[in-house]
Design a protein. Structure first.
Length: 112
């Protein structure tokens, strides 16, 4: 199995995400945020897309591991790769969350 292809790096969307961030004029057909002049809503759309991608990788890993455990999987490396991708995605999401939390704490502690 070679390096990950472009489709595996794409970020999906969360159904019903419009309720979270309002309208999203910067979203393209693939769910990724397109650059806009003012940048309004782009952070929310990128964050929503990243969470959707994380959820999709977790679902894929759960399905692959279940198929491996029940003997339905024909290629165990596919299941192991899916689980590892989901694990790395979760680790990355945790690091991003920690960095955002640290940035928010620094911002709140800044005296004007």
């Amino acid at each position: 199995m070679g390096p990950l292809g472009g489709s595996e790096w794409s970020v999906g969307t969360i159904p019903g995400a419009q309720a979270l961030g309002g309208t999203n004029p910067g979203a393209s057909a693939t769910g990724a945020a397109a650059p806009t002049g003012s940048g309004a809503g782009s952070f929310a759309s990128v964050l929503t897309s990243a969470i959707g991608s994380l959820d999709a990788s977790q679902s894929t890993a759960a399905t692959a591991s279940e198929q491996l455990a029940t003997g339905q999987a024909t290629d165990p490396t596919t299941a192991v790769t899916a689980v590892e991708n989901a694990s790395l995605s979760m680790d990355f999401a945790a690091q991003v969350r920690n960095q955002l939390d640290q940035a928010a704490q620094t911002l709140f502690q800044t005296q004007m």
